[in-house]
Write a protein that binds this ligand. Sequence first.
Ligand code: GTP
Ligand code: MG
Length: 233
Amino acid sequence: MSKLWQARFFTTVNHLRDLPRTTVPEIAFAGRSNAGKSTAINILCNQKGLAFASKTPGRTQHINFFSIGGAHVAMHRHDPLNMDELQCLVADLPGYGYAEVSGDAKNHWQRLLGDYVQRREQLAALVLMMDARRPFTDLDQQMIEWFAPTGKPIHCILTKADKLNRNESINVLRQAQAKLDSYVDEDGEGFPFTVQLFSALKRIGIEEATAKIEELAGLADGDQAPPPDESEE
Ligand SMILES: Nc1nc2c(ncn2[C@@H]2O[C@H](COP(=O)(O)OP(=O)(O)OP(=O)(O)O)[C@@H](O)[C@H]2O)c(=O)[nH]1
Ligand SMILES: [Mg+2]
């Protein structure tokens, strides 16, 4: 059983000043609206209604945080002792690129996103969810360029792989890896960027994503967290 299965709703944030004053590592799920972020969080946490997933794009407009460890403790900012058991936070970021959202709201959350990914020290890694049929849109690349200078890992998850046949899947994965390898810093060094295929519908890539996220969140380390038992998933 994965540690992610312990996830509980923690808090919703609409302004950077309200970010939780926690120090545990955070893993943030970013991606275009409708890419499948909330659906993937629900699957990975093995809880149907945890992150709101819907057929109406643009529904996740705030940053929703979920906690791992300290499972029954919601955020009490004035009572940090309650957070002793907290091990990690998972953030479901507002989807971007939803054309029908008006100017102000769009600007608000694009700024919220940009500032959060660039400045949040606790953010350990970004999980970038992209529809496998059209990965690396301009806004996805913007996200990568915002985050790359932090030197932290990005794990790309190509969602809805059930829409591709076997050959298409192989090609998309290969092209995505090549695209990620093409990012280099001023010294020509690559970045810690990885990629995989995923389908919530056909349950493709769940174990791979779980293992990667646990590793990035520091949940897979030695004594505090036994390694996930593959046979139970
Ligand atoms: N075929 C298929 N559809 C999926 C998959 N994952 C999600 N969907 C569908 O894609 C739509 C959007 O999924 P969400 O999880 O709400 O997307 P989101 O990225 O959270 O969207 P926002 O909250 O708007 O940012 C829903 O209709 C899901 O049922 C998948 O693996 N395969
Ligand atoms: Mg969502």
